[in-house]
Design a protein around this ligand. Sequence first.
Ligand SMILES: NC(=O)c1ccc[n+]([C@@H]2O[C@H](COP(=O)([O-])OP(=O)(O)OC[C@H]3O[C@@H](n4cnc5c(N)ncnc54)[C@H](OP(=O)(O)O)[C@@H]3O)[C@@H](O)[C@H]2O)c1
Length: 224
Amino acid sequence: MIIVTGGTSGIGEAIVKGLESKGIDTFTISRSGHKIKNHFQCDITEYDQLKELYKKFNKEKRRIEAIINCAGIASMNLAITTPKNIIDKVINTNLIGTIYTNQIFSPLLIRNGEGRIINFSTIAVSLALEGESIYIASKAGVEAFSRSFAKELAGFNITVNCIAPGPIKTNLLKGISSQQINNIVNRQIIKKEMNTDDILDIVNLLLDKKSGKITGQLIHVGGY
Ligand SMILES: NC(=O)c1ccc[n+]([C@@H]2O[C@H](COP(=O)([O-])OP(=O)(O)OC[C@H]3O[C@@H](n4cnc5c(N)ncnc54)[C@H](OP(=O)(O)O)[C@@H]3O)[C@@H](O)[C@H]2O)c1
């Protein structure tokens, strides 16, 4: 089984569908109660909810092979005009929520003596995109956390990597114009808009048995 947070929309949903199509079972986690198989309604900013879910997974003794942390939100605002509640929500979801899921679920991998953790950043961090500073701060934290957590888990044969996509048309980018997307795409090495299948390819690569020595890495899809 593979746990996918944010597996009900966009990139996470594509990952769930791609894994399921290969016969790999998934547990998905998000706040809205979607009627999909093995979905758990849980807010990743709520430590106690995640702990309850961990207890359930642990009790069932199902073998968890990987944790893919896709759940995230964006805020496309100048820092100076971003309301406090949005600052808190973005940092709590993207950074704190990702730290919670890494910490709380990683014992499910440790007990197997192997596993994979994949976290999500964004190319916006490396580009230091203007108008996204709060979102970028939250994702820069995820990058730094992942590098250090990779060292903490290396002794258990668990790899921890970050995928940093460029713009991909999902609900997350609803407020972004095609012009803005093109401007960012043109700053990638490969000047083509990526899609969820491109991310799925990287996920499959990192999950592959032969990728056990790839850890602590940040992979810019499309190149930076
Ligand atoms: N799309 C892009 O261009 C792009 C580029 C770079 C990086 N990324 C990153 O890739 C990841 C996936 O993005 P996406 O484009 O697929 O976004 P999306 O389509 O908006 O999906 C986000 C998912 O996260 C879940 N989620 C949000 N807050 C949550 C919370 N507090 N607890 C549990 N689940 C929560 C959502 O479900 P609920 O709302 O039901 O909870 C949804 O399933 C994000 O981390 C994003 O920052 C995306």
